[in-house]
Ligand binder design. Structure first.
Ligand code: GTQ
Ligand code: FE2
Length: 363
């Protein structure tokens, strides 16, 4: 046993300085850091994100993805021709925000992205084009403009493009969150995709895709992620249009004047479609402006149709179809619709709501 050294009480300032230095050296030697030197950074009065508000324009993203399509093969190992947006406040990291991955993925004619599975939750949102099928646990799911396709954690998935035209889409995943929490697992599947058939509707939609109708065969057990693999644009569009119509008739139904919104949900629970990711579609009528709001947690928006101006912590930027916008925690957001404006949004809200860390403040 070694004797613990108790420093003598310093009798003057020089001795105090020397004793203090020894104290901090002791902290460092034994892997300790005191709160008092770190308090402001560790426990700010309000969130101080390293991530910054940022916009990537589709006009820059798409040509680079197409160029990657010419130069970079897709196959086992790299797995996907996916190019992530990298937040300038998180330099060198392929992260849109500290919790969210957003990437443009590009698949050329006759290309196959091999099957794999991972604990990370994923979705695809289709800005334009069609002709790719994503095969989720053996169920082929067609991808078309405006559709949201889910790949919940640990389900095998591969993509193939049997059509003569390339296709690109937006991927959203919780990769940064899973990485930060050391909860990532990954497995390769078969080299191609199991089922190359090209049905218009997946089996999951045929069983689960009827509003308000739950298959009685599946009433015993709720699933944490949605069993519905595809949320089709025709339904999303109809829901948004109807909200605005009902509001115009003088009844409630919209989020705020001229602003319709729907959330994609898990039909077994009514909660978010994926456990870690909230997914929504918003429609703002031309000339309307959303109330400025800040929220904890971060989000990524993509303009689906139309154009407008997004204000992030007071800085206004024009946005058009396809633009991708990163909104860090507690960043004030307001959106003005120039034309009628449709926006897809995803966020990490389900995580923070469950942890009682969700806050929202209207300015
Ligand atoms: O399509 O399976 O953007 O596994 C990142 C990781 C897409 C995918 C990404 C992935 C995928
Ligand atoms: Fe994947």
């Amino acid at each position: 046993m070694t004797q613990t050294q108790i420093p003598p009480k310093p009798s003057d300032e020089a001795e105090a300085g020397a004793a203090e230095k020894e104290l901090y050296e002791g902290f460092s030697r034994f892997g300790l850091i005191p709160l008092w030197t770190e308090r402001e950074g560790l426990m700010p009065m309000t969130p101080e994100p390293q991530a910054v508000p940022h916009i990537w324009h589709w006009g820059d993203l798409y040509p680079l993805a197409a160029r990657a399509g010419d130069l970079v093969p897709v196959g086992r190992g790299g797995e996907r021709r996916a190019i992530a947006v990298s937040n300038p406040g998180l330099p060198g990291l392929p992260y849109a925000t500290p919790t969210l991955w957003a990437a443009i993925q590009y698949l050329g004619p006759n290309e196959v992205a091999p099957a794999h599975r991972h604990s990370q939750n994923a979705f695809r949102f289709v800005l334009e084009g069609e002709g790719v099928w994503t095969v989720v646990d053996g169920d082929p799911v067609a991808m078309r403009r405006g559709d949201l396709l889910l790949t919940p954690g640990w389900q095998f998935h591969g993509h193939h493009n049997p059509h003569p035209r390339p296709m690109a889409w937006l991927d959203g995943l919780d990769i940064p969150f899973v990485s930060a929490t050391d909860t990532g697992f990954f497995e390769f599947g078969e080299d191609g995709v199991s089922d190359r058939s090209t049905p218009h509707r997946s089996r999951s939609e045929r069983v689960w895709g009827h509003p308000g109708l739950r298959p009685v065969s599946a009433t015993e057990q709720d699933t944490p992620n949605s069993p519905l693999a595809a949320y089709r644009w025709e339904h999303t569009d109809a829901a948004l249009a109807a909200q605005l119509e009902v509001a115009a008739e003088g009844h409630p139904g919209v989020l705020e004047p001229g602003h319709a919104a729907v959330r994609f949900t898990n039909p077994t629970t009514g909660s978010d479609a994926l456990t870690t990711l909230r997914t929504e579609m918003h429609r703002i009528a031309a000339g309307q402006r959303t109330a400025p709001v800040r929220e904890t947690g971060s989000s990524v928006w993509q303009v689906f149709d139309g154009s407008g101006v997004i204000s992030l912590n007071g800085t206004r930027t024009d946005v058009v179809r396809g633009d991708v916008i990163a909104v860090p925690s507690w960043c004030e957001v307001s959106i003005e619709a120039g034309t009628d404006l449709d926006l897809f949004r995803f966020s990490d809200a389900p995580v923070f709501e469950r942890l009682n860390l969700a806050r929202r403040e209207y300015s």
